[in-house]
Design a protein around this ligand. Structure first.
Ligand code: FDA
Length: 318
């Protein structure tokens, strides 16, 4: 309830203006975001690699309706991949990238309303994602296509499905919170397919999504079982101790390199290292860039303790 309310309030431009202009926000942003530049992203990726962790880098931004901006995001990723390869970080997919279709033009021509996705939007996002996938392949690494709100789900799945025959390593993300996901996961549990399972970070209508936390968790556990029984490569994106325990027991029947855990930069860092020390593959999702507002709000909405930390830092600055 609090989460939905917070996500709704945060959509106001006035609130965005206030939060982004407040200097004390910086401390909270720094906990979850690597920095603004490619240099910052590479520095954090290198340090996580030194701790035995895998990394996926996300250039922050979403919901673009400007073609030049979408192209610039694509170029940012190809430059990032070039730099990561030059630093020797991409070998065997150790550091990969995550991309958001709406940052790469999916909403072009739709006046910002995702349910009106146009052929132009889909074509533009596909062109930029393919450009990034080619750069990633040249660098020896992979791309995962993030999941956004339910209005973009079909387009994001189509995008991954159309690239997979040529670039088998393209990863897809599904959200256990959506009612449709169990059926999607059955289709995706195919040989070699990389599927990231998360709970889902967006405020969704009841018609599309489970509202009770335990229903989301039960859906997550069902999807996990389907993925682990299949021949694909599950990427288990959660900080939830119970779901991590279920994954551990499902994983006993597979080789440790046939799946991975994924967690966010700045969330349960000790647990990330602890799991990696047991020999598990653990990947940290690291966002960077200046457009951090939407990402930060989703992190605050997920956990009252994070919101309190943020409000306290605002209080101490005044
Ligand atoms: P839940 O929120 O129930 O938290 C379980 C426990 O984990 C909490 O009790 C707390 O201990 C800890 N915890 C969780 N979040 C925390 C936080 N922010 N700060 C501190 N502690 C926290 N979503 C999406 O819609 N599309 C996507 O593409 C992705 N991609 C993605 C990648 C990766 C690597 C991760 C880990 C997550 C995503 N997500 C996402 C976000 C995901 O959908 C979800 O919103 C968050 O992971 C929080 O859900 P949990 O599964 O962690 O459980």
């Amino acid at each position: 309830m609090l989460r939905r309310a917070l996500l709704a309030v945060a959509a106001s431009e006035q609130i965005r203006g206030f939060v982004t202009a407040t200097p004390a926000t910086r401390a909270v942003v720094d906990r979850f975001v690597a920095g603004e530049s490619i240099g910052d992203a590479v520095r954090v990726a290198r340090s996580l690699r030194e701790d035995g962790l895998l990394v996926t880098l996300d250039y922050l931004g979403e919901d673009t309706t400007d073609a030049a901006q979408a192209a610039a995001v694509g170029t940012q990723y190809t430059q990032l991949l070039g730099k990561l390869a030059a630093e020797g970080l991409t070998e065997d997919g150790a550091v990969e990238v995550s991309v958001k279709p709406t940052a790469l033009g999916l909403l072009l021509g739709s006046a910002g309303a995702a349910d009106g996705i146009t052929a132009r939007g889909e074509r533009t996002a596909a062109e930029h994602v393919e450009r990034i996938v080619v750069a990633a392949q040249d660098a020896g690494t992979t791309v995962t296509i993030d999941a956004e709100d339910h209005r973009t789900t079909d387009a994001a799945l189509r995008l991954a499905n159309s690239l997979r025959p040529r670039f088998g390593s393209v990863g897809t993300v599904v959200q256990a919170g959506l009612r449709r996901t169990e059926a999607d996961v059955r289709e995706l549990a195919a040989p070699g397919v990389r599927v990231r399972l998360c709970k889902g970070a967006y405020a969704e209508p009841v018609s599309e999504a489970f509202t009770a936390r335990h229903d989301v968790d039960k859906s997550y556990a069902r999807c996990l079982r389907i993925l682990f029984q299949g021949p694909g490569y599950p990427m288990v994106a959660t900080h939830d101790p119970r779901l991590i325990a279920i994954t551990r027991s499902l994983g006993l029947r597979r080789s440790p390199d046939s799946f991975e855990y994924q967690m966010l930069y700045g969330v349960r860092a000790d647990e990330q290292r602890r799991l990696a020390q047991t020999g598990a593959r653990v990947r940290v999702y690291v966002p960077y860039g200046g457009d951090w507002y939407g990402y930060l709000v989703r992190r605050l909405a997920e956990r009252p303790a994070n919101l309190l930390f943020f409000l306290r830092s605002l209080g101490s600055s005044s």
